[in-house]
Design a protein around this ligand. Structure first.
Ligand SMILES: *[C@@H]1O[C@H](CO)[C@@H](O)[C@H](O)[C@H]1NC(C)=O
Ligand SMILES: *[C@@H]1O[C@H](CO)[C@@H](O)[C@H](O)[C@H]1NC(C)=O
Ligand SMILES: *[C@@H]1O[C@H](CO)[C@@H](O)[C@H](O)[C@H]1NC(C)=O
Ligand SMILES: *[C@@H]1O[C@H](CO)[C@@H](O)[C@H](O)[C@H]1NC(C)=O
Ligand SMILES: *[C@@H]1O[C@H](CO)[C@@H](O)[C@H](O)[C@H]1NC(C)=O
Ligand SMILES: *[C@@H]1O[C@H](CO)[C@@H](O)[C@H](O)[C@H]1NC(C)=O
Ligand SMILES: *[C@@H]1O[C@H](CO)[C@@H](O)[C@H](O)[C@H]1NC(C)=O
Length: 785
């Protein structure tokens, strides 16, 4: 026994894609999985051999052979399974009762082009040839016992008979064209086809052109206009190259059917119309601004989705454009409902539930897009509801007028929909009722909610040693999860997900204190922004200028190292509910490290917990740029020192010059000191630079004292020489021996002042060296800190 069939399924009930075959009192039952698709002619053949207990299933390209499973328990003892004669054969209706009541939920909704039943077995090669439409003579070889051709069937119920060519059933024509009997300009036609995810059709061959024209000529009256055209053709002219280019890929068209002298591309005539009944099959150029019907080409039957229905609604959510009713396309639901043009409005009705209906309130061209519908007889309570009919893919957003745009263009702060609806209702957050902005986010686990803290120091405005202040520009970000809120319309780029009303949301209130435990003055805020990221965490971002006081220790100035600390806490949060934590490193420095006088050498962040409150402690370490002082204070003052020291080398008798040079050095040193003191902070304690100057001034002072002391000794010696009782009278023996002057000098060199002077010449550098070693050690200490 063989069943041969060609059929096209229009509706599928449920999701089952299998075919069940039972016969012979239930002793034979087989289930075959088949790749069923909608709106496509599919070829099917089932051959059963009850004698060899063999079965062959062919479905389009699938060929499956298998052994029959025979259930002996359902057979009379000693019999073989067989098909008993008599009874009725019903096609397209699942008969549950003997009377065969018509039940719309159990019938076949589709088209059958051929159906034959043979009473003897066909060979596999025959079956294959049938499936591939190769065997035209097939039917004449052996006669079927039942077939459509033999008019073996009686037509019952909502069944329609029509003629279809073998070509259409057997040949797969790529694409599916559909004419929309509304006149639009060329540009509007493009966007209309695009809304349904199709393109304006472009006939590609003589045959194709004729076929399309014949299919849609019935709409001539709807489409007829001054230009006597039927529809637009999917090509547009390039004036500079004089070519007609396909809309889909901008390549020159291969085939055309232009009327003579109507095919040139000009500025004015750069679109193509296909003629109506007066100019059958012919094309001619026309201005793009005239109106004609729209003919779209789709890869398959365009599928549209109905959104906005309540969950229990009975209407189909998925519909296909297929055929025409009342000269308008029909949206045919995948199961039972359909949207049709009836009595001057769009209505939705169901084959399955006669009481169920809906009517579109506004009378637009088409129900595509967002429209108000009046629903009756549905399981939902909603009576008037906005429904969105869209052909957009899952990764696209549907504008209210039905145009599809990429989801990433939704709420990206630029309008992309022709009706500007993509930037409406863009709030990324849904704040539930009962949400309190005063309450911090609730814990999800037992751990406190982490508040990830990050501080980006963008610049150090000022580090002032005189007034002890530090002013920095910072970007503070805190990221946390608030399980109470939900997000919509999120973009990849978190900067686009701006919360419209941050006031409605709990946001951390930051308190900043400095090392002196005083409040930090917040400068003006450039913007309080709340963003949300893709992982649904909220990001709070603040641009601030913080002015804090810094406890400076200047003892080693200018070889000092300073540390300033800032403490960040979130007010009203204890470690039971939320805990500050570092995000990544927690701290970034993006400014310049070299300030006027100090260098930022290090910045650290760590958390400290005090009384169940976690604070973020940010510490900045600065070292002094002492080069200035080396050049401007230490070097010249050392020179002064050296000059005053070298006055010891002057002739002992030249006291005037010796004292003058030293005194001048002292004066200059004092001037240096007071000048330097003016520019550095005044402290009650001595800074290293003060120590230096004080030491140097004292040094010069002692040089002067020593000079005076030596001079005094010298003067005393001279007096003693002039006193006769104390003077040893020395007279030369003979001329040519030692002169009197030489003698005097000899005496002089060995005198006490001369020896003291010599001692001082050695002592002062030694003293300075000792001091210098101590000073350098102190400087190194200050820098090392
Ligand atoms: C189908 O075509 C045949 C012959 O060409 C014709 O007799 C018949 O009336 C047609 N049937 C329908 C439903 O158009
Ligand atoms: C329709 O689109 C298919 C591809 O999707 C293409 O092969 C076919 O030529 C198109 N037909 C028309 C009439 O534009
Ligand atoms: C028209 O053709 C010229 C020359 O081939 C080309 O440079 C130009 O880009 C084309 N214009 C359009 C809009 O395709
Ligand atoms: C068509 O609609 C009008 C009101 O919109 C109604 O009065 C009329 O009865 C309807 N006709 C049919 C045939 O449904
Ligand atoms: C810190 O801010 C600067 C300036 O705005 C920026 O260039 C840098 O990327 C930020 N660093 C971090 C880690 O956010
Ligand atoms: C927010 O929740 C996500 C998902 O649970 C998690 O990966 C992320 O780390 C959380 N962020 C914060 C700041 O807690
Ligand atoms: C967070 O987002 C990233 C990127 O979108 C994703 O790969 C990751 O799985 C998400 N994490 C969680 C916990 O959802």
């Amino acid at each position: 026994m063989v069943l041969v069939c060609m059929a096209r399924v229009i509706n599928i009930k449920g999701e089952s894609r299998s075919l069940t075959f039972t016969c012979c009192g239930g002793s034979v039952g087989e289930n075959v999985i088949i790749p069923l698709s909608l709106y496509v002619w599919q070829h099917f053949c089932l051959a059963i051999d009850l004698i060899s207990e063999h079965m062959l299933v062919a479905f389009d390209n699938v060929l499956e052979e298998r052994q029959l499973q025979i259930d002996d328990a359902k057979l009379l003892p000693g019999t073989r399974p067989r098909v008993t004669g008599g009874g009725r054969l019903v096609v397209g209706q699942d008969i549950a009762t003997l009377e065969g009541q018509f039940d719309v939920s159990h019938n076949f909704h589709g088209e059958i082009a051929d159906l034959r039943i043979y009473d003897h077995l066909l060979e596999t090669s025959h079956v294959k040839r049938f499936i591939h439409c190769e065997d035209k003579a097939f039917s004449s070889q052996v006669a079927p016992i039942i077939s459509l051709e033999k008019k073996s069937f009686m037509i019952k119920g909502q069944t329609q008979l029509f003629n279809i060519s073998e070509d259409e059933v057997c040949r797969h024509i790529p694409g599916y064209t559909m004419l929309f009997p509304e006149k639009k300009t060329f540009i509007d036609s493009i966007s209309w086809c695009d809304k349904l995810r199709g393109d304006i059709a472009l006939p590609t061959s003589l045959e194709n052109n004729i076929q399309i024209f014949d299919k849609f000529i019935e709409f001539n009256n709807e489409c007829f206009d001054v230009w006597q055209a039927l529809y637009w053709v999917g090509a547009s002219g390039n004036v500079s190259s004089g070519q007609w280019l396909r809309l889909i890929d901008d390549q020159p068209i291969h085939w055309h059917n232009f009327k003579d002298s109507w095919e040139s591309v000009t500025d004015k005539y750069s679109c193509i119309l296909a003629g109506g009944i007066l100019h059958p099959y012919e094309w001619y150029h026309a201005p793009c601004t005239v109106i004609a019907c729209v003919m779209c080409n789709f890869t398959s039957h365009p599928e549209v989705h109905l959104r906005g229905l309540c969950e229990s609604s009975l209407f189909d959510r998925s519909l296909f454009l297929h055929e025409y009713i009342n000269n308008r396309p029909k949206f045919d639901g995948a199961r039972h409902s359909s949207i049709i043009w009836n009595n001057k409005s769009w209505v939705m009705e169901s084959r399955l539930y006669p009481q169920l209906s809906a009517k579109m309130v506004d009378q637009m061209d088409y129900p595509v897009g967002l429209h108000l519908w009046n629903i009756r007889g549905d399981k939902c309570r909603q009576k008037e509801v906005y429904l969105l009919l869209t052909a957009c893919r899952a990764d696209e957003f549907t504008c209210d007028d039905g145009t599809c745009i990429d989801k990433s263009q939704r709420c990206d702060l630029s309008t992309d929909c022709p009706d500007h609806t993509d930037e409406l209702t863009c709030d990324v957050m849904a704040i539930p009722e009962g949400y309190s902005a005063q309450l911090p986010p609730p814990k999800i686990t037992l751990k406190p909610v982490p508040l990830l803290f990050h501080l980006n120091i963008t610049s150090i405005r000022e580090f002032n040693v005189v007034s002890f202040t530090l002013t920095i520009d910072v970007i503070i970000t805190i990221r946390w999860n608030d399980s109470r809120v939900t997000f919509t319309n999120l973009q990849e780029d978190h900067r686009k997900n701006k919360v419209k009303q941050p006031g409605l949301l709990w946001t951390p209130e930051l308190m900043v204190t400095d090392g002196t435990q005083s409040w930090v003055q917040h400068g003006q805020t450039d913007g309080d922004d709340v963003y949300s990221g893709s992982n649904n965490s909220l990001l709070y971002r603040l641009h601030k200028t913080l002015k804090s006081r810094c406890q400076l220790d200047l003892e080693s100035y200018p070889f000092d190292t300073q540390r300033c600390s800032l403490f960040f806490t979130v007010q009203g949060i204890t470690d039971f509910s939320g805990k500050l934590d570092k995000e990544g490193a927690g701290l970034t420095f993006a400014g310049t490290r070299q300030l006027l006088e100090y260098n930022l050498v290090d910045e650290t962040i760590h958390d400290i917990t005090e009384e169940q409150v976690t604070q973020m402690k940010v510490r900045l370490k600065f070292t002094n740029l002492y080069k200035y002082y080396t050049m401007n204070a230490f070097l010249p003052s050392t020179m002064m020192l050296v000059i005053s020291y070298f006055s010891l080398y002057f002739d002992l008798e030249d006291f005037q010059d010796r004292i003058m040079v030293s005194l001048t050095s002292l004066l200059v040193l004092a001037a240096f000191f007071s000048q330097t003191s003016l520019t550095i902070p005044k402290t009650s304690y001595l800074k290293l630079i003060d120590v230096w100057y004080v030491a140097l001034i004292s040094y010069v002072f002692f040089v002067i004292i020593s000079l005076i002391f030596v001079e005094n000794l010298r003067l005393r010696d001279i007096k003693q020489q002039q006193c006769p009782h104390k003077t040893i009278q020395v007279t030369p023996f003979a001329p040519g021996h030692i002169s009197s002057k030489e003698l005097a000098t000899t005496i002089h060199t060995n005198s006490l002042p001369a020896r003291l002077n010599c001692f001082l010449i050695v002592f002062f550098p030694l003293a300075f060296f000792v001091f210098f070693v101590y000073f350098v050690a102190a400087c190194a200490d200050g820098l090392k800190e």
